[in-house]
Design a protein around this ligand. Structure first.
Ligand SMILES: Nc1ncnc2c1ncn2[C@@H]1O[C@H](COP(=O)(O)OP(=O)(O)O)[C@@H](O)[C@H]1O
Ligand SMILES: [Mg+2]
Length: 582
């Protein structure tokens, strides 16, 4: 019955645990799967963006290349003077091309010293400053590097927005350096395009040289002299996979974590780069998860709550049933002891009367006989009658028909005084601990009956601890209500004897107070010790309880009513324990 109840409660607790663990595990699984698919989705989007960026950049750069082809063809092998002579015609031609292509800012023909010979803007070309320090010029001096893509500059000879150049070497006879042709491209045109295709705020698009110099970027920012730091992960990635790739990393520029995709533009040392902030990927993921939580969490909580309520109800129901069963058992036991008490009391009473007649007659007989043998016989009658009287006294004390003379004693003081008696009743290898509170614990009992009861309990503890152990004697005061373990109500003093002995099997516990119940061999036990303790406690208006665990020990507790000290008994006024109710 008890184990079935425990099983039910355990099942409910397991269900509660399951109601948390199973949804949590499912949620974790869903979160993991959806993280995977979000990452996949992000990569797909990046790749699609890169396709578009690549398409556009390739078109623009290829156009620039065609324009360069055109210029080189028309000015190659011409001397600077010849070019200057044709400047007007050249200008018109360049201007026509530049006007046709929105991404082209201007087109220039530059001589070997870096001065403009012709351009798409003005005739005559501005010659106020040399462009010999620009990289699109310097790169071509030593040898023909084909089409060179420069970094971003602010214009020097004209007013206008920043630009980057595509340049080509102008070769003189036998490959000598004659200057460069250059097409200035507008990053702004790229940015406009990037803005159009950007979908979410976390996205960054860029056109970048393989050395990390930015040519165009969205969201737009200053480009002249902006370059990826040398430690950027980008360089490691393009060294491994020069054509295209995807990676995650923390930006060396703004410290933001991003998922980055890149793709090299066919035929140019230039990449398109698309990236999205990791935070916005996570935000998208979390938004998805919130959707799951909105449904899952309330259902889980509801289930948990229902199980919890069921558990609490069941537990309190079981506790109630257990209390009732315990009370019923205690009542039954008390009733049985009561009946046995009445029976033994009656028999002992009559027996006592008979014994008194026997011992009285023996006394008189002793005076009448004088032979030694006869005297011995009378002596034996007297001794036997005395033993019989002791026995009947014990029985009478169990049935509470013993005449008693109660006195107030303070157990907090009395128990330390009895410690010597307790120690002597136990074996030497038993440690005795007397534990009393610092305030008075007065009870009203018959002192000699009380001592007998203490001895009876101690002797049992001794028998239970043949190999030594420990006996704790503890005094406490307590207020009990009827709901409590004993069905006693009011202020009480408890006196517990806790040993570390063999313990009592559960099935024997209800019987230990019965007179003549013993588990000991005939010479050692009479079975009357605990009966006396029981009778004593009941007669004093209290009760006795015994709890035990086989192999661990036994606790015998006497509950005796707390009584106000009679003024004569102590010098000082009684101190009421704090717990005592009015
Ligand atoms: N402290 C104890 N430890 C183990 N068993 C005990 C203890 N006290 C009582 N018992 C059990 O209860 C029985 C009854 O005790 P009691 O009435 O004193 O009779 P007796 O000691 O003569 O056997 C004992 O035989 C013993 O089995
Ligand atoms: Mg005993």
């Amino acid at each position: 019955m008890v184990s079935a109840r425990r099983g039910t409660l355990r099942l409910l607790r397991a269900l509660m645990l399951g109601a948390v663990v199973v949804p949590a595990a499912l949620f974790a699984y869903v979160a993991w799967v959806s993280w995977g698919s979000i990452v996949q989705l992000t990569d797909d989007r990046l790749v699609r963006s890169l396709d578009v960026l690549h398409e556009q950049a390739l078109k623009v750069l290829t156009t620039g290349n065609l324009v360069l082809d055109e210029i080189v063809e028309s000015v190659e092998n011409a001397t600077p003077d010849q070019i200057t002579a044709r400047e007007g015609e050249l200008h018109r031609r360049l201007k026509r091309v530049a006007d046709l292509l929105p991404q082209v800012q201007s087109i220039w023909v530059i001589d070997r010293d870096g001065y403009a010979l012709a351009n798409s803007y003005f005739v005559p070309a501005p010659r106020g400053a040399s462009l010999a320090d620009r990289d699109f010029f310097r790169a071509q001096i030593d040898r023909d590097v084909g089409t060179y893509v420069s970094s971003v500059y602010t214009p020097r000879l004209i007013e206008g927005p920043s630009f980057f150049s595509m340049s080509r070497r102008l070769n003189g006879p036998n490959g000598s350096f004659q200057g460069v042709a250059s097409v200035s491209m507008l990053p702004g045109d790229f940015e406009k395009f990037y803005r159009e295709i950007a979908r979410s705020p976390g996205e960054v698009f860029a056109l970048m040289r393989e050395d990390g110099a930015f040519l165009a970027r969205w969201p737009a920012g200053p480009l002249a002299d902006t370059k990826l730091p040398a430690a950027s992960r980008f360089f490691g990635e393009i060294a491994r996979a020069p054509q295209r790739g995807l990676y995650s990393g923390v930006s060396r520029i703004d410290g933001v974590e991003r998922r980055v995709g890149y793709r090299r533009i066919e035929g140019f040392p230039v990449y398109v780069v698309a990236s999205v902030e990791a935070a916005s990927i996570r935000a998208e993921w979390l938004a998805g998860l919130r959707g799951h939580l909105v449904f899952g969490l309330p259902a889980t909580l509801l289930l948990l709550w229902v199980l919890w309520v069921a558990h609490q109800r069941t537990a309190s129901l079981y506790a109630e049933a257990m209390r009732r069963e315990a009370a019923e058992t205690a009542l039954r036991q008390a009733q049985r002891l009561e009946a046995v008490g009445r029976l033994t009391g009656g028999v002992a009473h009559d027996f006592n009367n008979l014994l008194m007649v026997i011992s009285g007659s023996a006394d008189r007989l002793r005076r009448l006989v004088d032979g030694e043998k006869e005297s011995r016989l009378v002596e034996m009658i007297t001794t036997a009658a005395k033993r019989g009287e002791t026995l009947t006294r014990q029985l009478l004390s169990f049935s509470r028909q013993q005449a008693v003379s109660p006195q107030s004693i303070d157990l907090a003081q009395r128990m330390p005084e009895l410690s010597e008696l307790i120690r002597r009743s136990l074996a030497d290898d038993v440690e005795v601990v007397i534990d009393v509170p610092g305030r008075v614990c007065p009870v009203k009992v018959d002192p000699s009956e009380f001592e007998v009861a203490v001895l009876n309990i101690c002797v049992n503890a001794r028998d239970a601890m043949p190999k030594g152990g420990r006996l704790v004697v503890r005094v406490r005061d307590a207020v009990l209500d009827e709901e409590g373990e004993n069905g006693l109500a009011g202020a009480f003093v408890s006196l517990s004897f806790i040993d570390t002995g063999t313990g009592i099997p559960e099935e024997l516990l209800p019987r230990v107070f019965e007179p003549f119940f013993t588990t000991k061999e005939t010479a050692k036990g009479t079975g009357l010790g605990l009966s006396q303790v029981y009778g004593f406690a009941r007669q004093a208006g209290g009760d006795v309880r015994i709890t035990s665990r086989v192999g661990e020990g036994t606790r015998v507790t006497l509950w005796l009513p707390w009584v106000a000290f009679e003024p004569a008994a102590v010098a000082e006024a009684p101190q009421e324990p704090a717990t005592r109710s009015a």
